[in-house]
Design a protein around this ligand. Structure first.
Ligand SMILES: O=C(O)c1ccccc1N[C@@H]1O[C@H](COP(=O)(O)O)[C@@H](O)[C@H]1O
Length: 206
């Protein structure tokens, strides 16, 4: 069964609703250029509203090492997600499981990326959009994904309630990750869209 991560949670009630609907993980964005950016205090409030069986993923884009350490000291984070140009040495420096995001466009060699981050818990594929690091709501050509990726594949990039069944059926990822596609407005989740997305992901993977 595909695992489901709902990213860009900024409000405790959205995290609690994602968990109630069956999300396996929620993502918190610690990147001040994102409309979904949260402070450590906001993150703590979201985490406090979650049941203990939901994983908490902290997303960063080219962070200072001290910022990651402050977040880890201030919040109960299970997994790190890096969306910038962080090296493998940097990603593993925190002794936490981590995901490495890759922005996919023609010519990007995902097998080579997987080789550069062999200890990542998964490769998260997002759409390449010039000038943006992610969370754009853009999709990419799923035929660019290799069948023989040596790491678990987390599919993201423009997923929503309309395309999630086809995405899961065609790509067969280990997990899916969504942010824009389940929002009512930037940073605010829609309960109805989250419900339709999670139901679609479950439906597509049976
Ligand atoms: O959500 C953001 O604002 C964000 C900012 C910078 C890097 C990544 C970001 N989000 C992640 O991008 C992918 C795709 O998001 P979407 O579903 O297309 O909106 C996903 O992993 C988000 O968590």
């Amino acid at each position: 069964m595909v695992r489901i991560k709902i990213c860009g949670i900024t409000r405790p009630e959205d995290g609690a609703e994602a968990a109630r609907l069956g999300a396996d993980a929620v993502g918190l964005v610690f990147y001040d250029k994102s409309p979904r950016n949260v402070s450590i205090e906001q993150a703590r409030a979201v985490i406090a509203a979650l049941p203990p069986f939901v994983s908490v993923v902290a997303l960063f884009v080219n962070p200072e090492r001290e910022w990651v350490e402050r977040v880890l000291a201030g919040c109960a984070i299970d997994v790190l997600q890096f969306h910038g140009e962080e090296s493998a040495v940097f990603c593993r420096a925190f002794h936490r499981p981590y995901l490495k995001a890759v922005r996919v466009k023609p010519g990007v060699d995902l097998l080579e990326w997987a080789g550069r981050y062999p200890d990542a818990r998964g490769l998260l594929t997002d759409a390449f959009v010039e000038g943006a690091h992610g969370g754009t709501g853009a999709t990419f050509d799923w035929t660019l994904l290799p069948d023989d990726l040596p790491l678990p594949l987390i599919l993201s990039g423009g997923l929503d309630e309309q395309n999630i069944i086809e995405a899961v059926r065609r790509v067969k990822p280990a997990a899916v990750d969504v942010s824009s596609g389940v929002e009512a407005s930037k940073g605010i989740k829609s309960a109805a869209r989250m419900a339709a997305f999670i139901s679609g992901a479950r439906h597509g993977s049976v």
